[in-house]
Design a protein around this ligand. Structure first.
Ligand code: CUA
Length: 315
């Protein structure tokens, strides 16, 4: 897994942002050093020297040339130059990132929910959650919306942050250089479980991406024995189906993540729990992710066994 760092870019937008980051650090560092040196020299100056005018009432009226030079140079010219350099570099970086929107290979719709991500591929009839799968090297347009409050999509290795708003769609174009898993998370406080709202971008080689699309497009695995058949019956009942969809079944809720291929994902609960914790999650999601909008379902022990067995089969 790639590090979650702006200084380890793996895509063109992130590289532009990294260059700008280093320029800002250099400019800020240079100004800091100049000011620190000037302060040090000023503090070390001998108060008895003829240059010193400290405290003398006439000092403010008659500044010599050198003093005026320091005030104009350090107080006006230096900030104007430093801020102009950073401003121009920022505008150039923004235009570079914006230019990448023109031609894309794939569009993915990402909707932020408290506290998970809905991910749709409108041209491929695929719906998943908390993972954006892309072909490496391709430019991918993310159409970002929110179902509730403001969230922010941030995968530092690939691009800058972009807000997800309820009233309008924002766009972000990403391109991953190499196949790999690029971790990200929500970067805008959105409620009690804001910190547990992870999103990963998973980049595949071309064949791997085509295979992933085929797997996700296929209907959910059908139950093969009595236990999983019983599980499907429960999943199709309102207790699960009010919120979750399983393709090819009567469960078609949309308030929660699509479960058709949930076990193909690395984690559940948007990065909160591993798929090994499925039973604990279904039993009482609040014990794992306090405040999650999924209620603990009212299931008998037999029903719980059946649901766990069925959901575990949804590769
Ligand atoms: Cu969604 Cu913070």
């Amino acid at each position: 897994m790639a590090p979650r760092s702006v200084l380890d870019p793996a895509g063109s937008s992130a590289r532009t942002i990294e260059d700008l980051w280093w320029l800002m650090l250099a400019a800020g560092g240079a100004v800091f050093v100049i000011v620190a040196v000037a302060l040090y020299v000023g503090l070390r100056r001998d108060p008895a020297s003829p240059d010193d005018r400290g405290g003398a009432p006439e000092a403010t009226d008659r500044l010599d040339g050198a003093t005026r030079g320091w005030i104009v140079g350090g107080g006006v010219v230096l900030p104007v130059v430093a801020i102009t350099v950073v401003l121009v570099a920022t505008v150039v970086a923004m235009r570079t990132i914006e230019a990448d929107h023109d031609e894309v290979d794939l569009t993915v719709e990402v909707t932020g929910h408290q506290w998970w991500w809905e991910v749709r591929y409108p041209d491929h009839d695929v719906v998943t959650a908390n993972e954006v799968h892309v072909p490496a090297g391709a430019s991918v347009r993310l159409v970002l919306r929110s179902a509730d409050v403001i969230h922010s999509f941030w995968v530092p290795a690939l691009a800058g942050k972009m807000d997800l708003l309820p009233e309008r769609a924002n766009e972000l174009v990403i391109d991953a250089d190499e196949p790999g898993r690029y971790p990200g998370r929500c970067a805008e406080f959105c409620g009690v479980q804001h910190t547990n709202m992870d999103i990963d971008v998973v980049a595949h080689d071309e064949a791997g991406f085509a295979a992933w699309l085929d797997e996700q497009r296929a209907p959910a695995v059908a139950p093969t024995d009595d236990l999983t058949r019983r599980g499907l019956t429960v999943v199709e009942s309102p207790v699960c189906a009010n919120c979750h969809t399983v393709s090819g079944t009567a469960a078609d809720g949309t308030a929660g993540p699509d479960l058709s291929h949930v076990m193909s994902r690395a984690e559940i609960g948007a990065g909160t729990a591993s798929t090994d914790q499925l039973r604990a999650w279904i039993t009482d999601p609040h014990a794992i992710k306090d405040g999650v909008l999924m209620p603990a379902p009212d299931l008998s022990p037999d029903e719980l066994d059946a649901v766990v067995a069925y959901v575990e089969s949804l590769e």
